[in-house]
Ligand binder design. Structure first.
Ligand SMILES: *Cc1c(COP(=O)(O)O)cnc(C)c1O
Length: 392
């Protein structure tokens, strides 16, 4: 089976997000030769809006959108049932903070406890098809858990580099799913260097954020799902806790493709807001400075592990997404603010928010105080993972 699938040309192409160079999707693609991320282009293959109706009958996992995803004809994805997460209204929180329509996309209910499942399901599916034997990832935590589980699901080996300061339960989950875990005395940037060295040495496939083109495709389903759950409309504003940027860039790509394929009006451009921690806010700083790339943040420090990304490879794409949305922005919140907001999600609404999800809500509150979010805006904040993974 493996031998013949590998010789079939895949029906999408890859385009560099920076220099525009294109290449075929065959093999195990990494970044462009210019060093910047490759993005999947489907060309005329995006599905027509007539698919909305039959879509209703499909199971609620991210693979209900298979026509939007990089799958070969008839290919079965590597899956644990990721996606199909609830979009919850949160009336008590909305009343407390003066929002008319506030909702939480609850990603903690994914397999492995975070939205990282979506990206890794897609990336592992493609790597397995491309003939990979072993995979490697640097992680702030949740990507490591997801890779460990999906690699096991595909029968492949996984190696994970995580900061020693990663919450202990997350490290236990990475080991629990059978990955080889290396704890690094440093931040995710240091883990990235170690992972790349390991990949070069052993031939393991590096599935770091944006170092291969398919995690973004899995993350795109956040946007597709949100649109479908709102009956093919989009909210006025999306508030998203940002580290490496896959969620933000994935949704931005989803909305662009939905417009291109005529599934939503050409004018449907929600304002996208990135929330970062005050102790690691390279995107906020670059956005405020009007820059088109981030300067590395010297000493990243926050309890929100997923936001501890001092030099994201997707910086240019994130900044583009924030500016191309109808006037979004970026905001930093302190650890005290994000912890208080995570507690509110838990105590007022019963949502087991992770610190990053707390950051998203804290960001929405801050943006409202600044007048960037209006009481009548339809606002969606993302709880990107399960809170229990962070407890001692
Ligand atoms: C990884 C992570 C983030 C940040 O991810 P992006 O790549 O910026 O989308 C946010 N929250 C949690 C829980 C994470 O694991």
């Amino acid at each position: 089976m493996r031998e013949d699938v590998n010789t079939i040309s895949l029906p999408w192409s890859l385009e560099c997000s920076a220099c525009g160079a294109t290449r075929s999707a065959d093999g195990l693609p990494g970044v462009c030769i210019c060093g910047q991320p490759l993005l999947v282009r489907y060309g005329a293959a995006l599905p027509a809006p007539a698919l909305k109706e039959p879509l209703r009958q499909r199971p609620w996992t991210m693979w209900r959108y298979r026509e939007w995803l990089p799958l070969a004809d008839g290919e079965a994805p590597v899956t644990l049932g990721e996606g199909g997460t609830p979009l919850l209204s949160v009336p008590r929180l909305a009343a407390k903070h003066g929002f008319r329509d506030l909702r939480v996309k609850e990603e903690g209910s994914n397999p492995t406890g975070s939205f990282k499942a979506r990206g890794l399901a897609a990336a592992v599916t493609r790597a397995a098809y491309g003939g990979a034997q072993s995979l490697v990832v640097p992680t702030a935590g949740n990507a490591g858990v997801a890779l460990a589980a999906y690699a096991t699901r595909a029968g492949l080996r996984a190696r994970v580099y995580a900061p020693a300061s990663t919450p202990p339960l997350i490290l236990a989950q990475i080991r629990g799913f059978g990955a080889e875990l290396v704890c690094v005395d440093g931040h995710i940037g240091d883990c990235g260097k170690a992972a790349r060295a390991y990949a070069t040495e052993t031939g393991a496939v590096d599935v770091s954020t944006l170092r291969e083109p398919y995690r973004i495709e899995g993350k795109k389903t956040l946007g597709l799902e949100l649109a479908e759950q709102l009956d093919w409309t989009l909210p006025d504003a999306i508030v998203y806790p940002t580290g490496g940027g896959t969620g933000l860039i994935g949704m931005w790509k989803a909305f662009a493709e939905l417009r291109q394929a005529g599934w939503i009006p050409a004018a449907a451009r929600p304002r996208m807001y990135s929330v970062q921690a005050a102790g690691c806010a390279p995107v906020v700083r670059a956005f405020d400075a009007g820059a088109d790339a981030c300067a590395p943040w010297p000493d990243p420090a926050t309890i929100a592990a997923g936001l501890r990304v001092p030099a994201p490879l997707g910086d240019r794409l994130m900044l583009r997404a924030l500016r191309e949305g109808g006037g979004g922005g970026a905001v930093a919140v302190t650890d005290a603010q994000l912890q208080a907001a995570a507690r509110d999600l838990q105590l007022l609404e019963g949502i087991d928010a992770c610190p990053e999800g707390g950051a998203a809500l804290a960001g929405a509150i801050e943006l409202k105080a600044r007048g960037a979010l209006k009481p009548d805006d339809r606002v969606v904040v993302f709880n990107t993972g399960a809170g229990w993974l962070y407890r001692a």
